[in-house]
Ligand binder design. Sequence first.
Ligand SMILES: Cc1cc2nc3c(=O)[nH]c(=O)nc-3n(C[C@H](O)[C@H](O)[C@H](O)COP(=O)(O)OP(=O)(O)OC[C@H]3O[C@@H](n4cnc5c(N)ncnc54)[C@H](O)[C@@H]3O)c2cc1C
Length: 498
Amino acid sequence: MDLSNAVKAPKMRAKDIPISAELSKQLKAIIGCNKLLLGKADRYAYSRDRLPHGLYRIRAGALPGTLPSAVILPESTEDLISITQFCLANQIALIPFGAGSGVLGGTIPLNGELIVDLKKMNRIIDFNEINGTVTVQAGMNGMQFEEALNKRGFTAGHYPQSIAMSTVGGWAACRGAGQASSRFGKIEDMVLGLKAVLPNGKLLDVRPVARRSVGPSIKDILVGSEGVFGFITEITLRIWKKSLHSEGCVLAFPSLQVGFNALREIMQSELRPEVIRLYDAEESHQRTENIAEFKEKPILCIMKFSGLPELLAVEKKLSIEIAQKYGASLTSLAPYEHWQKTRYQSYSTQWQTDDYYMDTVEVTTSWSEVEAVYKTIAKEVKVIYPELHFGAHWSHIYPEGLCQYMTIRLPPMDNLQAHQLHLKLWDKIESICLQFGGSIAHHHGVGFLRGRWMKEELNEGMHLLESLKLALDPGNLFNPGKLGLPLANGAQGLTTNN
Ligand SMILES: Cc1cc2nc3c(=O)[nH]c(=O)nc-3n(C[C@H](O)[C@H](O)[C@H](O)COP(=O)(O)OP(=O)(O)OC[C@H]3O[C@@H](n4cnc5c(N)ncnc54)[C@H](O)[C@@H]3O)c2cc1C
């Protein structure tokens, strides 16, 4: 793939495009004075998400993209309809904002877009114990949502590492997956219905039902839409009785290959551990240095089982038996306990603040290709930069395949060199993944950074997506430049030069 455009020197552009006094007066008249933030400090706070590339730019004294022209804090669906109508009338672009925990630049303004932060829409609207469903406003914080369910004896079963710093709407908008996806499914399996304000200002209501057979799923146009098709305002999710019983176990495998074989057999035998995690030698070593069994069997596997005690006992026994058939040994629970303790912590601020260039890339691969995908990527990234830190683990396991989650880390170096290397590493990883028939993204979504691989990922499907965008949002006002779709007129997007 030709990256020359991506690393060209950027043209100078206005990075601060505040909304005009007249437009802000009109906005205040529509939604109220206390829902609009215009100060530079506030706008600066909303100019980034958790895209590592954006952080590198901030470290170098630059903005990730531009400042938003204003930040709006709606409190209701009516507010969102008014904001959408105002933006339509004035042809102003906007970005739906959950909690800004996205790691691909999904909420980064590229041309002074308005940020519309949904966090004040944070109530549980309906809890239906009989149907096992909950309806929640999109801006509710993930951890507060889960804790509210737990108080009633239920769980949503969606536990992303970022649960405390993301919103339920953001989960759906990014088509995310939690750490217990092997058991409870991914967000698209959990969302039964939703409401959204579309780019034309109309309200879409996909009523929650167990299933329907009425053509393609409308709900799934919004799940994964990353703000380009409107605001998701309410979501109805499937919920489960929260299990009071859980047990972990830790296994040491002699090699990655047998680890893959064992995990595949577990999932294809209809066993559903709540969590299964397998680590490569590099990542295993970081977690098992002082445990004797790992000297001979260096590959770490963590499993967690939950549910009715009788079922849990059987699933655990059968899963361990399969692992042992492939040469695994049961070991000390220390790595499991450490994972439990740190599972919702944000990743390595140490490396980020010490000027390292660290990032994570998650892809989906099939069982038949996973070993080749891993080996090829591990080899090729070192060709790009031999001293690169590279490690991987597999943390979302399905009967058909799995998610490979990789960490790449460059040491402190010249910024321009690091940015070019960083992009080359991404390009190599995504290209290898496509070459072996996998998907470029398992759960982090596309945002801005992954846009350049969308055509290869979706082929003719990209044309469908573009046509849908044109039909729903002809003015390109909702989150322009994301999901591989066109930038707003005059916008340049992110460059890698500073
Ligand atoms: C340390 C860390 C760990 C992470 N772990 C996981 C993980 O385990 N699993 C996982 O899936 N992800 C993970 N992520 C990624 C991220 O947290 C998720 O993508 C999350 O779902 C984003 O939610 P948010 O509310 O922060 O969305 P934001 O970052 O605010 O927005 C993300 C995108 O969704 C759009 N959007 C947000 N809300 C709405 C809405 N209501 N309507 C329409 N569009 C909307 C935005 O426009 C943007 O394009 C992790 C991120 C970090 C930093």
